[in-house]
Design a protein around this ligand. Structure first.
Ligand SMILES: NC(=O)c1ccc[n+]([C@@H]2O[C@H](COP(=O)([O-])OP(=O)(O)OC[C@H]3O[C@@H](n4cnc5c(N)ncnc54)[C@H](O)[C@@H]3O)[C@@H](O)[C@H]2O)c1
Length: 356
């Protein structure tokens, strides 16, 4: 660790998510710094060096891992590389923040979980919504004040207008023909892609509030190119759940949740992540028949995620982020949802295997 109690981070991958979130987050974090970047694409890496001025830049991932000044790695590559890249970093003694979803394959997920446990390093999954102040305050209410959770509905509906929104909000994304592509183009199978890319956020939000998921029953409609999964959820603690994953709905970004509890309720609206705006959350207490709405002025959940990760590394603080078990559970839920759309019946998460 360097003298200023900052975590030196090496970011693997200079693609879209690194450019739109991780480079800036490391630069702004109060307890971390963008120490190194790595990408096989020389032109892309050089552009990112010019823009973000890391101390080191590597074409070769092993060379970055051999650098003793790198404390932790953010794995910001295509999904197919997440597990091997994370295991390699752990073997080099680095802490890891790995982008979501961990993988599409449950055997691979289990292998990573074993590697995390053997390493004793901090491992976190990039479910950055857990650092949304609105969601954090809602969860605090659910855990500390609400009593029994009776039912939860959550929806994540990507918008047909999403690129108009994200193009306006993100920096211009630099691309390179020399980037390392995954074995199959991620969007060659849209059902799989949407479940992995978007469904992983929805499932993690449901688990964040409702705890472990026992079983799911899902239906899928893909009329007119609109993929719509309606998922009945049975939480292990007995609550009823319903998830709606729709890509893309014919309206603006539409994401949120309703939580019904013994002593109160929560109504939440979440925004397109690139707006960097905390969810608007109305928390209603039955005891005084009144609601409150936290401001959540700091909406930079990507930066807050890096800071939580770094706090755990530096001080052993509870990160508040998704750990390896959360990451594996999300993949398990996605596989179960996919299986259920085929069988039409309930699928228990502890009975699924294979991959999406
Ligand atoms: N949390 C979020 O809100 C969010 C949003 C978008 C994407 N993501 C996730 O981020 C991940 C990355 O997505 P992306 O669109 O930025 O990917 P990308 O393919 O655009 O970029 C990845 C980069 O990594 C480089 N790379 C891959 N393996 C390498 C290796 N071994 N050595 C050196 N360089 C290597 C590639 O050359 C490429 O430039 C995905 O898993 C995606 O699901 C998360």
């Amino acid at each position: 660790m360097n003298d200023h109690a900052e975590v030196n981070i090496g970011v693997l991958g200079c693609g879209q998510i690194a450019q739109a979130a991780h480079f800036e987050s490391c630069a702004k974090a109060r307890n971390a710094r963008l120490y190194a970047i790595c990408d096989v694409a020389d032109d892309l890496r050089d552009r990112m060096v010019a823009m973000h001025a890391p101390d080191r830049a590597y074409a070769d991932y092993d060379a970055m891992l051999d650098d003793p000044a790198v404390d932790a790695v953010i794995v910001a590559t295509a999904d197919a590389f997440h597990v091997p890249a994370s295991i390699r970093a752990l073997e080099h003694g680095k802490h890891v923040l790995c982008e979501k979803p961990l993988t599409a394959d449950l055997d691979e997920a289990d292998a990573l979980a074993a590697a995390v446990r053997a390493s004793g390093r901090v491992f976190q999954v990039g479910h950055m919504k857990r650092y949304d102040i609105g969601l954090q305050e809602a969860r605090r209410f659910v855990t500390d004040e609400m009593g029994d959770l009776i039912a939860l509905k959550a929806w994540y509906c990507d918008s047909t207008h999403r690129y108009a929104m994200t193009d306006a909000l993100q920096p211009v994304i630099v691309r390179s023909d020399r980037s390392k592509p995954p074995p199959a183009p991620p969007k060659s199978d849209l059902r799989r892609y949407y479940l992995l890319a978007h469904g992983s956020h929805l499932v993690d939000t449901a688990r964040f509030f409702g705890g472990p998921i026992a079983a799911v029953r899902a239906r899928l409609s893909d009329e007119h190119g609109m993929h719509c999964w309606f998922v009945d959820v049975e939480f292990e603690h007995g609550a009823l759940g319903h998830l709606d994953l729709t890509v893309a709905v014919r309206m603006g970004w539409h994401e949120g949740f309703h939580i019904y509890g013994q002593h109160g309720s929560v109504v939440g609206t979440t925004f397109n992540p690139w707006q960097l705006t905390s969810s608007v959350v109305d928390i209603f207490r039955e005891s005084d028949a009144a609601s409150y709405r936290p401001l959540g002025a700091d909406g930079h959940f990507y930066r807050r995620q890096v800071e939580g990760f770094a706090d755990t590394i530096l001080h052993g603080a509870t990160s508040g982020g998704a750990d390896i078990d959360d990451g594996v559970a999300s993949v398990r839920a996605l596989v179960a949802i996919s299986r259920s759309t085929v069988s039409g019946g309930w699928v228990r998460l502890d009975e699924v295997d294979g991959s999406l």
